[in-house]
Design a protein. Structure first.
Length: 466
């Protein structure tokens, strides 16, 4: 098995790929790092030293990206050999993302997503003062290659988004954000394995990675288009859980939920529970699958337990998350029976709400809402969690009225100076406008409602409805 290793030495400099031999069974993590280090780190260090000599003699100035080099992996089995190093990067990521951590992404690729066209770009950093130290993994960019973009015959690299994935922000080490993005765009512009279009989909718009990406797109004069932008609920703690609920819900609504909780307790003992970090997660996982399957999702065939691959994905990823101390499960129990269960995942200083299930027989008591309010209180007792992403739809009524803050999730389509990428990106605003116009004509609304409005107002309306 062979792997192309591209050395990224200095901005705009692309070294010829070298071939690194692989064993058929796949090397261990230490062997894998040794292979990369022996063949790539040494060559990149030599080139960096040559460039430093040029600086002393008045030659080209050495960029900070001279410490970076890129490794390309297409085989998921090879990616699994980097589990420990990959997990360390996830903990040091400037923008936490559980969906790209090894314990979630690998099961998703195994059970939910095709392995065709996968391209994983790994960015390594060298320490020029300590050339014998193994390189540090400081960026992980999972892509999938497709032959068409929105029906147009143009090859595109898209950030990987398996089923149940609600965020595609890549993992980038907090101390190497600018260097990683520079090395990434260098590779996208110069590698023969790249594509005319690159779609950075479902990335956190307020995140540090997105900010650096926007900055470099501007500096390099690349053509880009924001094809999608949504806003969804985000939790950030206040002074206490009760003060948060007082601000989020009106007094009348809080009184109503207290009344429902009291009525439920009159019918039997109620208890809020949380999975112990050292406890057994399997009963919780099994109960969640059973509870979800008894509701409308089970009837529609969309519950996790309704699909064997989805069930195995959830069981494996949740068990691994618990083993790493990143699984958070809450439950509302009535007479020792689970009537609402919630599953969250923690990553770094952030957390993500994954799913919630409740017993529809108790629907008149709003057990799901009662458990969400308990979730708010619990999060206020966890100082290590600075925020929680709802991962919900933008129009989710229940969570939007309970969670005060919002986060932006956007999709950027970028042309990396390869035809016909620039032409397609330039035409996307026109295609959006045409689609909106046809939509209104078919609805019988036409342009009459915009009579007298400015062109900017009409265009903004079309963008909101694209």
């Amino acid at each position: 098995m062979n792997e192309n290793v591209q050395n990224m030495v200095g901005r705009g400099v692309h070294e010829k790929a070298s071939s690194v031999p692989r064993s058929r069974t796949g090397p261990s993590t230490g062997d894998w790092q040794d292979l990369v280090f022996r063949r790539s780190a040494a060559e990149a260090t030599d080139e960096m030293q040559r460039r430093q000599k040029k600086v002393k003699t008045g030659g080209t100035k050495t960029s900070t990206t001279s410490r970076m080099f890129t490794v390309v992996i297409r085989d998921v089995q090879e990616l699994e050999t980097l589990r420990s190093t990959w997990a360390e990067l996830a903990q040091d990521a400037v923008d936490p993302n559980v969906y790209y951590e090894p314990w979630m992404l690998l099961p998703a690729l195994r059970y939910l997503h095709s392995s065709r066209g996968l391209v994983f770009l790994l960015m390594f950093s060298l320490d020029p003062k300590h050339p014998t130290v193994p390189p540090l993994l400081c960026g992980m960019f999972p892509f999938e290659r497709q032959t068409h973009y929105r029906g147009l015959p143009c090859r595109v690299l898209r950030l990987l988004r398996p089923k149940y994935n609600r965020l595609c922000t890549p993992l980038v080490h907090r101390e190497f954000v600018a260097e990683c993005v520079t090395a990434l765009i260098d590779w996208l512009e110069q590698s023969p394995d790249s594509c005319p279009l690159v779609e950075f989909r479902f990335i956190a718009g307020e995140g540090r990675f997105a900010q650096e990406l926007h900055q470099q797109i501007t500096e390099r004069r690349l053509m880009a288009f924001q094809s999608e932008c949504t806003v969804r609920a985000l939790f950030k703690p206040m002074s206490s859980g009760e003060s948060y609920l007082e601000r989020a819900l009106k007094g009348k609504r809080r009184k109503e939920f207290r009344r429902l909780e009291n009525r439920l307790s009159e019918a039997g003992r109620i208890e809020y529970r949380c999975l112990d970090p050292k406890g057994d997660a399997k009963p919780w996982i099994t109960s969640f699958l059973e509870l979800e399957s008894r509701g409308w999702k089970g009837e529609m065939g969309s519950s996790l337990a309704s699909q064997e691959d989805a069930r195995r994905f959830f069981e494996e990823s949740a068990q691994e998350a618990h083993r790493h101390g990143q699984l958070m499960m809450l439950g509302l129990f009535h007479e020792n029976k689970a009537i609402a269960l919630k599953c969250n995942f923690v990553s770094g200083h952030g957390s993500f709400a994954f799913k919630i299930a409740f017993d529809e027989e108790y629907g008149r008591y709003s057990p799901g809402m009662l458990l969400e309010m308990e979730n708010v209180r619990r999060l206020h007792t966890m100082p290590e969690v600075a925020w929680m992403d709802s991962t919900a739809d933008a129009q989710h009524f229940m969570i939007n009225r309970l969670w005060i803050d919002r986060r932006t999730v956007e999709t950027l389509v970028v042309s990396v100076n390869r035809p016909p990428g620039g032409l397609i990106v330039a035409g996307l605003p026109l295609l959006r406008w045409m689609k909106g116009t046809v939509h209104h004509v078919l609805d019988g609304k036409g342009w009459g409602r915009f009579k007298g409005n400015s062109l900017r107002e009409r265009t903004n309306h079309e963008q909101r409805n694209w």
